[in-house]
Design a protein around this ligand. Structure first.
Ligand code: F6P
Length: 548
């Protein structure tokens, strides 16, 4: 396949950008009174306003033509039909099957995967019911009060983000904790507050080989056994979520306490599988199903809607517009919802591990930017930290603002104040303030002329900073499911445009390999591998200081 930047559709967009680079979004609104109503969409409980973008209807047509040129809809159908689109690992990509609430058959290697998925869901439902009703007891006969999920990357970020987002649906008597970092501090600080008799560990690892997770799980088991003193306690206090039954058994976890998933579920797309067990324990199995339903509604929309009205495809194409034509290098995700405080971290893995690639599916080096740096914090904390740079810095930073009409915590006037900031920021980012306006304001407030002239450039806002606004009635399991699926398909859309494989992650391997060599060296105190001079000196210093 030739590179996408050689297509006439890409070149047409390049030319179009040259025409638009000095255009103003505010002028587009002035010229088209229908713009705000034309550039909005409602899907699966999410309302998107994308009119505050540096685009015209022509931009959208050209972007849609680019999507057609790379056969976005063909790739979408192939993903939904179970084709092995993860070509470097020869795997299907079927997180969409995990939430296929229609039960439409999805066939991989000649077999429908839906019965397998439904079986695991039924086992999860049974187990969750037992724990939540107190039927599942710890080794000493006490009810489970705390669940500790031990996992990292996709086996941590998704469930952790969702559990925080759905906190209003949780009970006080069953708390869920997440331990991911191999830094002993993470496990020690978490366990310090817990009672071994009432703690249940979920060891979550697709491969069951990940160093961080296995190290934490081994230490957690030692903590439990030190308190309960009986090897058989492990069966009542440890369950596993993995694709690797052999290793789970070797670790000492009863295979009856293992919840499986499959190699066609990527780690960063796995919260819909048994990796979602901590979510189901936290909010109940029915709420977990509602999360799946929300995602399924977005899936059906993505699978069937034409590009011009397809929310994930549009957001993906807008990202391509800014990354490849307007020169944006990052993308900000700004939830105006404290319970979405882990959304940006979750999307960092989702987006950057998926599209942080430099060769196409065929191994050809790309000649254009691929995945942007994704980052963000909830408003209004972000406003008092980094918004300065978004407003007046030298970089173009497209941003998604995400908020709810109703808060789960309608405390006095907090929510209107909160959302006033959401709307004000998107307006200010687009409108900006000219130097003439800044000067006039200073003069009107009686500032001396020389001082006004000095301050006016500092008080000038260029504006024209693009934003998307995403609103939902309330952050519920359904709307959250739809929101996550929206971003998953946005990532997919961009990967298809750039021609990369969004479903492998070879880039995490090299560091892991070197770490295992260095671990030996740190433990023996002898440097045996050929290191660069800087690393060698650092290792020598570390070893020497540890000895001292
Ligand atoms: O960071 C690399 C990675 O392979 C991620 O893709 C994955 O989510 C994470 O490690 C954890 O892997 P596992 O679930 O196999 O422990």
């Amino acid at each position: 396949m030739s590179l996408v930047n050689h297509t006439p559709q890409w070149q047409a967009l390049q030319q179009h950008w040259d025409e638009l680079r000095t255009a103003r979004i505010t002028d587009f609104f002035a010229a088209d009174p229908q713009r705000a109503t034309a550039m909005r969409l409602s899907v699966a409980g999410l309302y998107l306003d994308y009119s505050k973008n540096l685009i015209t209807p022509t931009t959208l047509k050209l972007l849609a033509a680019l999507a057609d040129a790379v056969d976005l809809s063909g790739w979408t159908q192939r993903m939904f039909n179970g084709a092995a689109i993860n070509n470097t690992e020869d795997r299907a990509v079927l997180h969409i099957a995990l939430r296929n609430r229609s039960n439409r058959p999805i066939v991989v290697d000649g077999a429908d995967v839906m019965p397998l998925i439904n079986q695991v869901l039924a086992r999860m439902e049974h187990f969750v019911g037992r724990v939540r009703t107190g039927d599942w007891l710890g080794h000493t006969g006490r009810r489970i009060s705390d669940v500790v999920n031990i996992g990292i990357g996709g086996s941590n970020l998704g469930p952790k983000m969702v559990c925080a987002a759905l906190a209003p649906y949780q009970r006080d008597d069953l708390r869920v904790h997440f331990v991911s970092n191999i830094d002993g501090t993470h496990l020690v600080e978490t366990l310090a507050r817990l009672n071994p008799e009432t703690t249940l560990f979920i060891v979550a690892s697709k491969t069951f080989t990940t160093q961080e997770t296995m190290t934490n799980a081994t230490s957690a088991r030692a903590w439990l056994l030190a308190a309960l003193g009986d090897q058989t306690a492990v069966a009542r206090h440890f369950v596993a979520v993995s694709t690797n039954a052999e290793r789970v058994t070797a670790f000492g976890i009863d295979p009856n306490n293992m919840f499986g998933f499959w190699d066609w579920v990527g780690g960063r797309y796995s919260l819909w599988s048994a990796i979602g067990l901590p979510i189901a324990l936290a909010v109940g199995f029915d709420r977990f199903v509602e999360l799946l339903e929300g995602a399924h509604a977005m899936d059906e929309h993505f699978r069937t809607a034409d590009i011009a009205h397809n929310m994930p495809a549009l957001l993906g194409l807008l990202g391509v517009w800014y990354a490849n034509f307007a020169g944006a290098r990052t993308h900000a995700v700004l939830p105006y919802d404290q319970s979405l405080r882990f959304l940006a971290a979750y999307l960092q893995q989702g987006d950057m591990e998926s599209n942080g690639k430099r060769v196409t599916r065929d191994g050809v080096a790309v000649e254009y930017s691929t995945g942007p740096v994704v980052w963000g914090e909830p408003g209004t904390d972000g406003q008092h930290a980094f918004y300065q740079l978004i407003h007046q810095g030298t970089q173009l930073i497209p941003a998604d603002f995400i908020g709810a009409i109703h808060s789960h915590n309608e405390l006095r006037d907090h929510h209107p104040k909160f959302m006033a900031n959401f709307f004000a920021q998107t307006e200010a980012l687009m409108r900006g303030r000219t130097t003439a306006e800044a000067l006039a304001e200073l003069q009107a407030s009686g500032v001396a002329e020389a001082q006004a002239q000095l301050l006016a450039p500092h008080r000038t806002f260029p504006g024209n900073r693009p934003t998307n606004s995403i609103l939902m009635q309330r952050l519920t399991p359904q709307t959250l499911g739809a929101l996550i699926a929206l971003y998953e398909h946005r990532i997919f859309t961009q990967g298809i445009i750039w021609g990369v494989n969004s479903f492998d992650q070879w880039g995490v391997e090299l560091g892991k390999q070197l770490a295992s060599v260095i671990l030996d060296e740190l433990q023996t105190g002898k440097l045996t591998a050929p290191h660069d001079p800087s690393t060698r000196a650092l290792l020598e210093y570390f070893i020497q200081q540890r000895r001292a």
